[in-house]
Design a protein around this ligand. Structure first.
Ligand code: SF4
Length: 258
């Protein structure tokens, strides 16, 4: 795949301060040039999302799904063992008709305590990145593959993610997003495939996913917090390039919606 490039001629500058949200994009002249997209982006086909309960057979009686039903089912779910240790089930939040959904791996301690996704330091960092790129948090939807926190924030197992996927699929069926931002290696390898190269090699490019929705691998905000540097080539700098590319594609897709 072809990596995007910054042709602003100012690639030796640091990325905007995403932690402190110093400068809106473009105002300081950084990274406001045209971005060349990977070739495969142009080939992204319209997303076909399976309807709730659609078995492909005519005459089925289909109960209409809803976020309330998913929430109720999730709170009763015992499909993996994580329900035993959770404080709160964390479904997700945002625009129920969002064109763009961000998916991470699992709730952390703050999310488990509050029942809301991405509300801790990492979530606040993500909020600032979104705002810096021109997104409003309320226009996107944010959730995780797992709805319950793994103890001690350990990495989710594949079996746990597989057990929780029907809930996420139902969310996506309702939202019908056109694009997904995948946050972090664990989510990336589950949603794109276990043989997917590491995030440092594939971030910012477009891939298809198990949900048949184009997705962009991105750094998890908690990873970005561990690397405070915003120097050229740093994870924060790379994230800044990626979120701008995502915003540009989002605007294109949004403008083409009927
Ligand atoms: S993490 Fe998901 S699959 Fe596991 S018990 Fe919770 S809701 Fe069910």
């Amino acid at each position: 795949m072809v990596r995007k490039k910054n042709d602003s001629g100012k690639a030796d500058k640091e990325s905007p301060n995403l932690v402190d949200l110093l400068t809106p994009p473009g105002k300081d002249g950084c990274f406001d040039g045209e971005i060349e997209y990977p070739n495969d982006v142009a080939a992204i086909e319209p997303v076909v999302v399976q309807e709730p309960g659609d078995s492909g057979q005519s005459g089925d009686v289909v109960d209409e799904d809803s976020f309330d039903k998913i929430l109720q089912d999730g709170m009763l779910c015992t499909s993996c063992g994580l329900y035993k240790t959770r404080a709160h089930f964390v479904l997700g939040e945002g625009n129920p008709r969002a064109t763009l959904v961000f998916i991470g791996e699992a709730p952390g301690a703050d999310e488990d305590a509050s029942g809301r996704p991405f509300v801790g330091r990492a979530g606040q960092h993500l909020d600032k990145i979104l705002v810096a790129a021109g997104f409003k948090r309320e226009e996107v939807y944010i959730c995780n593959i797992l709805k319950d926190r793994p103890p001690d924030n350990r990495t989710p197992t594949t079996d746990e993610m597989r057990a929780c996927t029907p809930l996420l699929q139902r969310q996506l069926n309702l939202i019908k997003p056109k694009l997904i931002g995948l946050l972090g290696n664990t989510a990336i390898k589950y949603v794109i495939g276990p043989d997917t190269p590491g995030i440092t090699k594939i971030h910012g490019q477009w891939y298809n996913s198990i949900f048949a929705i184009p997705c962009m691998p991105m750094y998890h905000p908690s990873y970005l917090l561990r690397y405070g540097s915003r120097a050229v080539g740093s994870p924060n700098w790379q994230m800044w390039q990626d979120i701008q590319a995502l915003k540009k594609r989002y605007d294109e897709v949004f403008a083409a919606l009927p």
